[in-house]
Design a protein around this ligand. Structure first.
Ligand code: F6R
Length: 611
């Protein structure tokens, strides 16, 4: 969603702001802008659409200054237009402010301002905040105190970057519920929504905590709480390498990330499996704590929700724990009867998804222990969780999740084995066998990637229809849902994922010679394979175009499927990590053939920080 960058340095900030905003493009946006502090006041440039429009604006009307803030906006309050884009100013142009998040009580704050005769230029909640902040400074209150007062009045979530005309060498920042970091390097100090945005500039960062304000000048960073009391900054060395955030010669980040999956999953096995033992160092759950748990509740959104569905099946298979899953956006409004013995497990790539965060906050209030499977260190979710399992997939820049998803699946496999062992639910020899099977998964993924051209030719044959249906059973039901989601997100072709057994209860009406039906039929243990094949026959009888994902050497689909993607043999319970790679490539090449903007699909945001 919205991205923020800011610099207070010893050279021109404008190129740094633009480069930072480009690095935040993946979060999704529909307008962009910057503001700088000049000796005679604050100035800004804003434009709708891609950053190239802002760059054009800057080439005809240049700006240069050592202190500035920049923003990419993903419209929430008010359409995507220049007047709604950030930075926003108070009526007298004394304060410029960029904001990520939502000020929930903006109407309440706006009413007295309207009564005072303030006129508003935009429909945004952000402009209300900057006008309110200006009002707090009216009686001569020092800026930091006015900012504390204004933020104490605001309800909702924010990451803010602020310029004050009266302090041209300074930049203010604040955080509550939306991510924001402060960085420092040889040429100055910075703020940004994430580390990759300012990676070339900084050596060290502070992950701002909720309720913290930062005051930056060229050589100094001071932190305060919302009462204005000083707080000691906790600097952390940046460990990310620059090549983690470039596309490494691939035509898109998504294709690069699809190809990274072999390495990411191998990395997880190397990190978390020692000999025949699963060791999860940040889990912090001992045998006793684990034994006291009598129920697990997995909450997440989108792709991470499908990972949760898979996790549930696996934990149920390996342990005696009852497990439920729910969409975070539903869970937070339910009355799910939680107790201190319910382990609530959140799954999130970004660790910033608003509904997921709200769900675990609700669960925490009810005394539940919180375990998170997350990809981003220092994220809001990580800070709210006592128990952690990092997916270590590296930065995921493509908006459609790929490597973070397979890393979540692998994390669940390791977690399920770990819990089963600690609770005494799985004999050691079975656990060893499972680990041995897991060790084979990265190679299986590699072999799917080798079939890239074959998968591309299938995608090119079927990409032009209005819709497609994805079918799977049991462990591969979440993968059917994920395959359909990938296709919708990046190719804009409607796609529906279904439990194959449900097909007869409705979607079968859709089947005709124009409908591609993608069927996952890789069950080598034959528990659901026969049933899947019966479903294929039903599709065939209605002339549907069958594209099957099948196990190498399986001849049962000959004459049944029009196109087959053969994948290496793996246990059905682990096959989702392999099968989904074929579906990611299928969606990728369908999108490629349809000419969409694969890394930045329309209307989507990478990190959904508002409800
Ligand atoms: C789909 C996708 C989204 C995310 C969802 C949750 O490709 O990326 O559906 O999975 O928005 O995001 P995180 O995992 O960051 O909580």
């Amino acid at each position: 969603m919205c991205g923020i960058v800011g610099m207070c340095g010893n050279s021109d900030a404008v190129p740094v702001l633009i480069s930072g905003l480009k690095r935040l493009e993946y979060r999704g946006y529909d307008s962009a802008g910057i503001a700088v502090s000049l000796p005679d006041g604050l100035e800004s440039r804003r434009s709708v659409g891609r950053l190239s429009n802002l760059e054009k604006r800057l080439s005809t009307k240049p700006l240069a200054a050592a202190v500035g803030i920049g923003h990419t906006r993903w419209a929430t309050h008010g359409e995507a237009s220049e007047r709604n884009s950030h930075p926003h100013f108070d009526q007298e142009n004394r304060i410029a402010l960029v904001h990520n998040g939502i000020i929930e009580n903006y109407q309440e704050l706006k009413a007295p301002l309207l009564e005072q005769g303030i006129t508003f230029q935009s429909e945004t909640d952000t402009e209300v905040l900057v006008q309110h902040l200006a009002a707090c400074t009216q009686d001569g209150t020092e800026f930091l105190s006015a900012l504390c007062a204004a933020l104490q009045d605001a309800r909702g979530a924010y990451a803010l970057g602020i310029l004050n005309q009266a302090e041209p060498g300074r930049l203010y920042a604040a955080r509550l519920g939306s991510p924001l970091i402060v960085g420092r390097g040889p040429d100055g100090v910075y703020i940004a929504s994430d580390v990759p945005a300012i990676l070339p500039q900084v050596d060290e960062v502070i992950y701002l905590e909720d309720g913290q304000i930062a005051r930056l000048s060229e050589n100094e960073v001071e932190l305060f709480d919302l009462q204005g009391n000083p707080v000691s900054p906790e600097w952390k060395q940046v460990e990310l390498e620059e090549n983690a955030v470039d596309s490494a010669g691939f035509e898109t980040f998504m294709l690069k990330e699809i190809h990274e999956q072999t390495r990411v999953l191998q990395g997880l096995l190397d990190r978390y499996v020692s000999g025949e033992q699963v060791l999860l160092p940040d889990l912090n759950l001992n045998d006793e704590a684990l034994r006291s748990i009598d129920r697990m509740m997995i909450v997440s959104c989108g792709t991470a929700f499908y990972a949760g569905m898979y996790g549930r099946l696996l934990i149920e298979k390996f342990t005696d724990l009852p497990v439920e899953t729910d969409l975070a956006s539903e869970f937070r409004y339910r009355d799910p009867k939680l107790s201190a013995n319910t382990l609530v497990l959140a799954v999130s790539q970004s660790g910033e998804t608003a509904d997921t965060l709200a769900s675990i906050k609700m669960a925490k209030e009810q005394g539940c222990p919180i375990l998170s499977i997350c990809n981003v260190e220092g994220s809001s979710l990580v800070r709210e969780s006592q128990h952690l399992l990092y997916t270590h997939a590296g930065p995921e820049i493509g908006v459609a999740s790929t490597k973070a998803f397979t890393a979540q699946l692998m994390a669940f496999a390791l977690l399920a084995l770990h819990i089963a062992k600690l609770r005494g639910d799985m004999p050691a020899d079975r656990s060893h066998r499972m680990i041995c099977e897991l060790r084979g998964i990265p190679l299986c993924i590699h072999r799917v990637l080798e079939q890239r051209e074959h998968i591309q030719s299938i995608a090119e044959k079927h990409h032009d229809g209005p819709s497609s249906l994805y079918l799977g059973r049991r462990f591969n039901y979440p993968i059917a849902l994920e395959g359909a989601l990938k296709n919708k997100e990046i190719s804009y072709q409607h796609a529906e994922g279904y439990a194959a057994g449900e097909m007869k209860h409705g979607p079968i009406a859709l089947i005709n010679e124009a409908l591609p039906v993608i069927c996952i039929c890789t069950d080598t243990e034959d528990e659901v394979a026969e049933k899947m094949i019966s479903n294929l026959r039903e599709v065939q009888a209605r002339n549907g175009r069958i594209i099957a994902i099948a196990t190498e050497g399986d001849t049962r689909l000959d004459g049944l499927a029009g196109d087959i993607i053969f994948v290496p043999r793996s246990l059905e319970r682990f096959s989702p990590m392999v099968n989904v790679v074929a579906l990611q490539l299928l969606a990728y090449y369908a999108a490629h053939a349809r000419g969409t903007d694969i890394d930045k699909p329309r209307n989507l945001a990478k990190s959904v920080t508002v409800e």
